[in-house]
Design a protein around this ligand. Structure first.
Ligand code: GYE
Length: 315
């Protein structure tokens, strides 16, 4: 199939169309959140639908594992590689290796920091800065936030675009509201277990959390863990303390329907289709592919949460 790709790349292939057997390696971050799991499932289902052979690697949130996986995809001579990077830095050497082997790489979700943009075909991702802005804009519109509003922030993985950019967007809006400020901020690595553990310690540090107006979590999974900690501290999440985050996973809709969370910005996990569309187009010779393909998502609140939960829980 390598030969077919080359022939297709030259624009000479009449039989290649969607039926040619393509092998794609997918270096995934891990399975730290419900959103991540849906994203992995989307890629697997889409590969199956299109007859693509998928080599899937779960890096358990470690970049070194991802780099190893990419090297092994290169050694196996796959036709294309999808990388959902854990962190932004440290990608140049392995991307160069892929380029040397003439294997196209598509970046999905978080970003990579490289000087040479020709090292990847495109990146398919949401605007994380905008997600942070949306979360903060909603929070700042709430009556509780009109007077002094002390916020606890649970950050995502250190060095990950989703954490860097969400914080940036949120803080940008907050800067226009001097009555609101982040009083505690710590990473909880995008997981529910860490979300609970870190929130417990931050609530202790804040004398139980009575003076906290809101929790801002960089993803629903950490918020769900933190909601547990807030309840155990004797406070009502969603009422005594507003809860806002990003992802829009089914469990979070349930929490909103139960009144224990207030808002979330949707992050589309169905990235398999767009990723394979780009790969197929590239292998068939299309070279003028945009460097950034955006996905978007709306803010969801409690009013539609029960209905959304019903719609989404089985998907
Ligand atoms: O929000 C979180 C995940 O990189 C944007 O990673 C993604 C984040 C997502 O595990 O749930």
């Amino acid at each position: 199939m390598k030969i077919k790709s080359i022939v297709a790349g030259l624009g000479l292939c009449f039989i290649c169309h969607s039926s040619f057997a393509t092998t794609v390696g997918f270096a995934q971050v891990g399975s730290e959140s419900g959103w991540r799991t849906s994203f992995s499932e989307s890629v697997k289902a889409e590969a199956k639908k299109r007859g693509i052979e998928l080599k899937f690697s779960d890096a358990q949130q470690k970049q070194e594992n991802q780099i190893k996986a990419v090297r092994s995809f290169i050694a196996q001579g796959v036709d294309a590689i999808i990388i959902a990077p854990v962190v932004e830095t440290g990608w140049t050497p392995v991307l160069k290796e892929a380029k040397r082997a003439r294997i196209p790489v598509v970046i999905v979700d978080r970003n990579v920091q490289v000087q040479d943009e020709s090292l990847f075909v495109t990146r398919i991702a949401s605007d994380f800065v905008e997600e942070g802005r949306k979360a903060a804009t909603w929070l700042m519109s709430q009556p509780q936030a009109q007077q002094q509003c002390n916020i606890i922030e649970l950050q995502g993985t250190v060095g990950a675009t989703a954490a860097i950019d969400r914080a940036k967007g949120f803080n940008e809006v907050l800067a226009k509201h001097p009555q609101a400020k982040i009083v505690r901020s710590q990473t909880a690595e995008f997981t529910r277990a860490k979300g609970k553990e870190v929130m417990e310690s931050l609530l202790k540090a804040e004398q139980g959390g009575k003076s906290i107006c809101a929790l801002w979590a960089h993803n629903d999974e950490m918020a769900l863990g933190a909601i547990q900690a807030i309840k155990e501290a004797g406070l009502k999440p969603g009422k005594d303390m507003l809860v806002v985050s990003v992802d829009a996973v089914p469990d979070y809709f349930k929490a909103m329907a139960d009144g224990e969370a207030n808002a979330t910005v949707e992050l589309n996990p169905h990235l398999g289709g767009p990723a394979f569309d780009v790969i197929e187009a590239y292998l068939q010779g299309k070279k003028d592919i945009e460097k950034l393909i955006r996905t978007t998502g709306d803010l969801f609140l409690q009013d539609t949460a029960a209905a959304e939960y019903e719609k989404r829980r089985l998907n």
